[in-house]
Design a protein around this ligand. Structure first.
Ligand code: UD1
Ligand code: CA
Length: 476
């Protein structure tokens, strides 16, 4: 999912500072802004994943508002790809002040990339170009042209085109506000220079903040070249400040996934009506109808067809499976496997530990949980299989259930090969149905049934002749 960009050709260590202390007032949420999700992952997690694919040496996350949950979320999700450290910024006095808090964590030997925890969709190769533009010895700014640059820092250039300064919107003159090239909020800067320049910051500006962007002036004053790496894809530097922006970036992200899948040969009925919150991998000739949601780790084998309005999470769907509309599959931690050529749904529900062999049929309103079903078994209508081991070619009738829970413990039901369970049976576990047996419809089975036999567990039908129905009592 994340294009991993080899660090080839870049000799210096890369350290990353992620600013994530801001409050996110406009989200109007008690959840810290950087923990709101895109594609099922916190915004900040996207940034950490990008850091991992840059092969960063260290990532320092600047926290403030909601520091405890933000740090816990980072720790929970980040592996050993880089050293993860935190610096608290309290109070928040601006972006320059934020990066100052990270300085004690940074060596002098690397190049520092400054990112924001609320800008989730920056691609690793874009950052790589930026790092290469800095070459480890220049300040490099990621910039872009904006038709409406309101609110952004403007890139002020000299007559010869050299970058002179970043002027924040609130400090800009009417002429400067005409400038369309803006600072994205992302820079790469040699660590030693960053430390020198940050020491010179003040807050004498319109917002009385310590602006990280003032270091551009200091670099120019020191006679150093500042380079701008200009991109055109605004989504890559778009931040999330409001629920509307969150939803817009979610769409952009999902469209990106849809296009990648289609390039791999997946046929999507409508790329605008697909949601992937996790990792979806597809073999050839997979087709997915509208409004499907995939979560966690899902793999779809060759030729799998998924009908409209399915939710599929943490599942392995083997080749040739047809999943009819409105099916809900969630393997959670145990996983779900659907064997090759099986037919599932419509309106089926596969829960954790449902392991289906080849050619299994699961029809409408059938729920399967923590059960294996061997090759060719069928449960086509209105049924429950929980904690069951089902052999090959079993037919499980409409309305039948395993009574797997005695109010305290769960017990297993074993249904051997070729058993035919009639309609509306209750199989009271623990119980074993012997191979090839038939269970009469309406039976309540509390003892093991012999192989090959017809087992009947219900009241005998009787007929009472000449029975007269109750009559209504006469009105008083
Ligand atoms: C900043 C840039 C501006 C650029 C814009 C791009 C500065 C002074 N200006 O402006 O040139 O065009 O980004 O989006 O850098 N944060 C902290 N602590 C603070 C202040 C901010 O952690 O004290 C974090 C915020 O949570 C956010 C990021 O830094 O993730 C950027 O801060 P924000 O206030 O959005 O900066 P802008 O004013 O938009
Ligand atoms: Ca911003």
């Amino acid at each position: 999912m994340h294009p991993s960009t080899p660090q080839a050709g870049f000799a210096l260590p890369i350290d990353i500072v992620i600013m994530a202390a801001g409050k996110g007032t406009r989200m109007k949420s008690s959840c810290p802004k950087v923990l709101h999700r895109i594609g099922g992952r916190p915004l900040l997690q996207h940034v950490l994943d990008t850091a991992a694919s840059l092969q960063a040496r260290k990532v320092v996350v600047i926290t403030g508002h909601g520091a405890d949950p933000v740090e816990a979320s980072c720790r929970a999700s980040s592996g050993a790809e880089f050293a993860l450290e935190f610096a608290r910024q309290e109070p928040q006095l601006g972006t320059g002040h934020a990066v100052q808090q990270a300085l004690p964590h940074l060596g002098d030997d690397g190049v520092v990339v400054v990112l924001s925890g609320d800008v989730p969709l920056t691609q690793a190769d874009t950052l790589f170009h930026l790092i290469h533009a800095s070459a480890g010895n220049k300040l490099a700014l990621l910039t872009l042209e904006m038709p409406d640059a309101t609110g952004y820092g403007r890139i002020e250039r000299a007559a010869d085109g050299a970058v002179k300064a970043i002027v924040e919107h609130k400090d800009a003159s009417p002429d400067q506000r005409q400038i369309r090239e803006v600072y994205s909020g992302i820079m790469a800067v040699p660590a030693a220079s960053l430390k020198r320049w940050l020491a010179r910051l003040d807050n004498k500006n319109a917002q009385q903040e310590f602006y990280l962007t003032d270091i551009v002036r200091f670099a120019v004053a020191d006679g150093e070249t500042v380079v701008a790496h200009k991109i055109t894809d605004a989504v890559q530097v778009a931040g999330v400040n409001s629920p509307v922006q969150l939803a817009q970036l979610e769409r952009a992200y999902q469209l990106g996934i849809a296009h990648r899948l289609m390039e791999e040969g997946v046929r999507l009925a409508d790329p605008a009506r697909l949601d992937v919150r996790g990792d979806l991998s597809c073999a050839h000739d997979v087709s997915i109808d509208v409004n499907c949601l995939f979560m966690g780790q899902v793999s779809l084998g060759e030729g799998v067809s998924v009908g409209a309005n399915c939710v599929i999470a943490n599942a392995v769907i083997e080749p040739g499976v047809v999943i009819h509309p409105f099916t809900h599959i969630d393997g959670e931690k145990l996983g779900v496997t659907v064997g090759a050529g099986s037919l599932i749904g419509p309106f089926a529900r596969l829960r954790p530990g449902a392991i289906l062999g080849a050619g299994v049929h699961i029809g409408n309103f059938v729920e399967v949980k923590n059960s294996t079903m061997a090759k060719g078994s069928k449960a086509n209508h209105l049924a429950y299989l929980g904690d069951a081991t089902v052999g090959e070619r079993v037919n499980y009738g409409a309305g039948s259930i395993t009574a797997n829970y005695d109010g305290a413990n769960k017990h297993r039901t074993v249904i051997e090969a070729d058993v035919h369970v009639g309609s509306n049976c209750v199989l009271v576990a623990p119980v074993t149905l012997g191979a090839g047996g038939t269970i009469a419809g309406g039976s309540t089975i509390t003892r093991d049934t012999p192989a090959g036999a017809l087992s009947v567990g219900r009241g005998k039908q009787v007929a009472i002749a000449n029975w007269s129905r109750p009559a209504k009592a006469p009105k008083a």
